[in-house]
Ligand binder design. Structure first.
Ligand SMILES: C[S@@+](CC[C@H](N)C(=O)[O-])C[C@H]1O[C@@H](n2cnc3c(N)ncnc32)[C@H](O)[C@@H]1O
Length: 282
């Protein structure tokens, strides 16, 4: 079978499976298997695929058509310009979270000339910690997660991007064993409420780890607990940055004001215009 025929067949199955971008995903999977660019596929439509490769491609297409995220199939994703190793033990880092990283990098840059101590709470694949450390050599990041399998994925990413000396991975419940003081506390914790189970895309609900998604009835149980821990761990003029669900802004601002009565609390939007980041500045 030629590249063009294989792509056509894949698009058929992906469409039938309700995959949102069937053409793109068909190309990405095949390009990855061949170790070539998507442009190569288009320019070499007549090239015949070796039978073993075709078998593998069909297996991948079947997984994608069943709803499995692309990143779990190919084993990586891109985040903040970095290629990250990904397995089904971690949440696939989202583009919205790049907004959180942008804010975090700005905070590091605003503290000129000294080491900036940061915590990344619920690090998962290590996406936020690694992105901060790669872009800001003055940042030292203490990255925690309750999940040991997630921390193994994070460890691979920390090593692959040469930031082992500046990112420390710790298995912990939030910030419990850490005293700080931190100049910056960054967190993209689970924030989906059990009440929202039915609005979550099946692809997310069925494939991504529950420990990375759910946070009690209203989705705020972990954010609430982190806000209770943060005041005693934050340095003078420290900043907390948290990603939130797009309907949680008002509630989280109120919680933040309760725990940080003298801080400046602001909400920031993602590229889709949703309130996505809460910033608490002492
Ligand atoms: C939404 S995922 C975010 C992962 C990563 N920070 C990102 O942005 O892609 C939340 C992460 O928090 C971790 N987590 C859940 N409960 C936690 C807790 N009590 N303490 C620390 N981490 C926790 C999960 O294991 C998961 O890796």
């Amino acid at each position: 079978m030629s590249i063009r025929e294989a792509l056509r067949e894949a698009v058929f199955y992906l469409k039938r499976g309700g995959v949102p971008n069937p053409y793109l995903d068909a190309q990405m999977l095949l390009a990855d298997l061949l170790g070539r660019s998507r442009a190569y596929l288009l320019a070499h439509g007549e090239t015949l695929l070796p039978p073993e490769l075709l078998t593998q491609y069909r297996a991948w297409v079947a997984r994608r058509a069943a709803g499995e995220p692309l990143a779990y199939i190919v084993g990586y994703t891109w985040f903040y310009g970095l290629k990250l190793h990904i397995t089904s033990d971690v949440l696939v880092p989202r583009p919205e979270t790049e907004v959180l990283v942008e804010h975090a990098i700005r905070e590091v840059q605003s503290r000129q000339g000294k080491v900036v101590r940061a915590a990344d709470v619920g690090t998962g694949s290590g996406a936020i910690a690694v992105a901060i450390a790669v872009h800001e050599s003055r940042a030292r990041v203490w990255a925690t997660d309750v999940s040991a399998p997630a921390l193994r994925v994070a460890s691979r990413n920390v090593h692959a991007h040469n930031v082992c000396g500046r990112v420390l991975l710790i298995q912990a419940d939030l910030l419990t064993p850490l005293r700080g003081p931190f100049d910056l506390i960054v967190a993209n914790l689970p924030y989906v409420g059990e009440e929202e189970a039915d609005v979550l895309a099946p692809e997310v609900r069925e494939y991504e780890p529950g420990v990375a998604l759910w946070a009690g009835k209203d989705g705020l149980s972990l954010i609430r607990r982190l806000l209770a821990q943060a005041p005693s761990r934050l340095a003078e003029r420290g900043v907390v940055l948290m990603e939130i669900g797009y309907r949680q802004g008002a509630q989280v601002v109120e919680l933040a004001r309760r725990h940080f009565p003298h801080a400046r609390v602001t909400l920031h939007r993602d590229l889709a215009g949703h309130e996505r980041v809460v910033r608490i500045a002492l």
